[in-house]
Unconditional design. Structure first.
Ligand SMILES: Cc1cc2nc3c(=O)[nH]c(=O)nc-3n(C[C@H](O)[C@H](O)[C@H](O)COP(=O)(O)OP(=O)(O)OC[C@H]3O[C@@H](n4cnc5c(N)ncnc54)[C@H](O)[C@@H]3O)c2cc1C
Length: 387
């Protein structure tokens, strides 16, 4: 298998890397690292990226993309992560689903705005009693002439406090025999009367939100797909975008930094004999994860789900696990000094590790927990029955 980037992909990588080297300044990085969500500097950067068609390289040219393949998307994600740039993943995920399930009017209304960096979406799937089992969603949508009236609660809707629209999964038929057949998907203006957004802060300091709906009215033309056909729409949103990441530039950079630190600071071979073995294990995992991600990305361009789980379940599983192990190992190598505050003069490696260590478990939950990724691999990939 040849994973060498094509000349067009190499040129795109160079372009976005040079762009972010120049434009992703310390104000943007500070906003990203604050974990409070996008602020004014991030918005400005996203608009500049949009003006250069760097946000949605895979979308058709008519909607603000470049008509490139899934590898361009992987390159974009890799560069954004490496530069600590803002990550407008939710809007792009919504756009991917709109390309498949939206009508022409919806595509024209939303896709160019997302591609320009003007329109942001928050994902509104999870509820207090519907996380892994997202088909259990209860937020009620009741038809009223040319509108629907919405009542209920969402939880962990991370980008809701700075987004323009909510990509909202609702229940339109509570009596459906199979619960996933009674769901509908809406795009709701987050400034609509009756919406209350309340902060929830994770142990790592990341801002996410609870969102409450009280008699909120949404026009019928904001429904995506058929009434009670929301399940098909979210399957396309969750698995239709294709690809599973791939390039692991940021992770490799952290490994290189740890190796350099260990060579300089951990010279007692007896005391530190666990380090080479652990680092070798991490190196192998990172490369396996990268290869699995690249493979999923290659399959995405063929419009085929990779074997052993659709939509990159394997690379999500490996990616989340590797990240957790990476920062666990980093904290062990740094020892107690790693726990010092970022502004302490004694903290090693600019105090970057603690924040990432605290945040690492997020990546084993947020795109579906590790158990759920395994379930996808077992049922979709291996054909085993669902419990
Ligand atoms: C930081 C953060 C950001 C998030 N952002 C968003 C967002 O923007 N929008 C959004 O809609 N959601 C978001 N989520 C929610 C996320 O998608 C859910 O947390 C996730 O799907 C798990 O759901 P849950 O928390 O309800 O856990 P549960 O589903 O209650 O699971 C609890 C435990 O049980 C296990 N489990 C559940 N079902 C099974 C099963 N069938 N077999 C085996 N084990 C099982 C799980 O693996 C887990 O370990 C976010 C979550 C976090 C932590």
């Amino acid at each position: 298998m040849d994973f060498e980037l094509t000349p067009e992909e190499k040129a795109f990588q160079k372009e976005i890397r040079e762009f972010l080297d120049k434009e992703c300044n310390e104000n943007v990085v500070a906003e990203t690292l604050s974990m409070e969500g996008e602020g004014p500097y991030s918005k400005e950067l996203l608009r500049k990226m949009g003006a250069n068609r760097l946000l949605t390289p895979r979308w058709p040219v008519e909607y603000g993309g470049r008509g490139m393949g899934a590898m361009a998307e992987a390159i974009k994600v890799d560069e954004i992560n490496s530069h600590h740039a803002p990550f407008p993943l939710d809007g792009v995920e919504v756009g991917n689903a709109l390309l498949i399930c939206g009508n022409e009017e919806q595509k024209k209304r939303f896709l160019p705005g997302i591609a320009r960096g003007d329109i942001e979406f928050a994902l509104g799937y999870s509820e207090p009693d519907a996380g892994s089992d997202v088909a259990s969603v209860q937020l009620r949508a009741v038809e009223d002439r040319d509108e629907f009236i919405l009542n209920g609660q969402k939880i962990y809707n991370t980008e809701a406090h700075f987004s323009d629209y909510h990509w909202l999964l609702t229940r339109t038929d509570p009596s459906a025999e199979k619960k996933h057949r009674g769901l509908s998907l809406f795009m709701v203006d987050l400034k609509s009367p009756g919406i209350t957004i309340r902060p929830l802060i994770t142990s790592a300091g990341l801002r996410t939100n609870e969102v409450f709906y009280e008699d909120v009215r949404v026009p019928k033309e904001n429904m995506v797909g058929e009434k009670n056909g929301g399940w098909t729409v979210i399957m396309n949103a969750l698995y239709g975008g294709g690809g599973g990441g791939g390039l692991a530039t940021g992770t490799k950079r952290v490994i290189d930094t740890l190796v350099k630190y260990a060579l300089e600071e951990k010279q007692d071979a007896d005391e530190n004999q666990w380090i080479p073995e652990t680092m070798a294990g991490l190196y192998i995992r990172t490369h396996v994860g990268e290869l699995m991600g690249l493979r999923a990305t290659a399959f995405a361009d063929l419009n085929v789900s990779p074997p052993y789980g659709g939509g990159g379940a394997v690379s999500r599983l490996l990616g989340g696990d590797t990240r957790r192990l990476l920062y666990n190992t980093a904290m062990q190598i740094l020892g107690p000094y790693g726990q010092l505050a970022k502004d302490s003069k004694w903290v090693p490696l600019n105090g970057e590790i603690l924040r990432e260590y605290m945040d690492a478990p997020r990546w084993t939950i947020v795109h579906g927990s590790q158990e759920i990724q395994k379930l996808v691999i077992a049922t979709r990939g291996l054909g085993l029955p669902r419990r």
